[in-house]
Design a protein around this ligand. Structure first.
Ligand SMILES: Nc1ncnc2c1ncn2[C@@H]1O[C@H](COP(=O)(O)OP(=O)(O)OP(=O)(O)O)[C@@H](O)[C@H]1O
Ligand SMILES: O=P(O)(O)OC[C@H]1O[C@H](OP(=O)(O)OP(=O)(O)O)[C@H](O)[C@@H]1O
Length: 227
């Protein structure tokens, strides 16, 4: 049996259902909106497990699901060395979002990371703490800033409504996912001019060990994708 983990709600769930339906596999929730049980029609020996998108990377590595749909951002953030445990089977063409760093619009002299570096240095000299960047993507943001030799900052954890932290004065800058840009605009934030920290999209992942079996090869062939 192949256990397929799919996000349990929202657009990501609906677009995942559409993607499989286009390939002849009908996924559905059984019961009410609150019931996280699912049904699979059109494929043998496949069961549906509805999970939070953020938990799918961990469940894949633990081998509690063999296949899973989630954003590449969540896999890279939550699983250092993910490629030794998981295989990226195919990007799915939806759930596109960029992980970016943004600062207040009113910081006229801050357009790129060099500007931020000098602002952060001055900030540290003027205050008795370092410039705060709110994010839930700790690992990816730290690695990116280290790569660009930015050191005078601290991360503050924000698990939601991250763009609001600047107005609420719990951070000076944010690093979060953006898609349309509407949330940044509504919160008077602008993106630094560098390339995004990461470009993410919904992707089908497999547990590397499970990917070897004949059942998996059959199912992936039915979907028109290969390991
Ligand atoms: N505005 C957006 N547009 C497109 N994709 C997005 C957007 N916001 C988040 N995502 C993507 O959706 C995936 C799920 O994100 P996130 O974990 O924030 O979802 P959630 O619905 O809050 O999940 P949870 O069930 O854990 O509460 C991530 O891969 C993320 O990149
Ligand atoms: O660029 P946009 O199209 O405006 O999308 C970006 C927003 O979408 C996500 O939030 P979500 O709605 O998942 O809520 P969250 O704040 O709880 O993460 C993300 O964290 C941004 O806040």
């Amino acid at each position: 049996m192949i256990r397929l983990g799919v996000p349990s709600k929202g657009r990501l769930m609906e677009q995942t259902f559409d993607w499989f339906a286009d390939r002849g596999v009908r996924l559905s929730r059984s019961g009410s909106d609150r019931e996280y049980a699912g049904r699979v029609e059109g494929a043998d020996d496949v069961s549906l497990v509805l999970l939070s998108a953020g938990e799918i990377p961990r469940e894949l590595v633990a081998g509690r699901i063999e296949l899973g749909v989630t954003g590449t951002d969540l896999v890279r953030e939550k699983l250092p060395g993910w490629a030794s445990d998981l295989i990226e089977i195919t990007p799915m063409g939806f759930g596109h979002a960029d992980l970016i760093l943004a600062v207040p619009d009113c910081w006229r002299d801050c357009d790129n990371l060099d500007d931020l570096t000098s602002i952060a240095r001055d900030f540290r000299a003027a205050h008795d703490f370092r410039l705060r960047i709110a994010t839930k993507y700790h690992r990816l943001v730290r690695a990116w800033l280290a790569e660009h030799e930015v050191a005078d900052y601290q991360l503050v954890d924000s698990q939601g409504a991250t763009e609001g932290t600047v107005a609420n004065q719990t951070a000076e800058a944010i690093a979060d996912i953006t898609s349309s840009g509407a949330t940044l605009q509504a919160n008077n934030l602008k993106i630094l001019s560098e390339e995004p920290i990461l470009r993410s999209q919904a992707t089908l992942f497999a547990n590397r060990v499970a990917a070897d079996g004949p059942e998996m090869a059959r199912f992936l062939a039915q979907l028109g994708v290969a390991v």
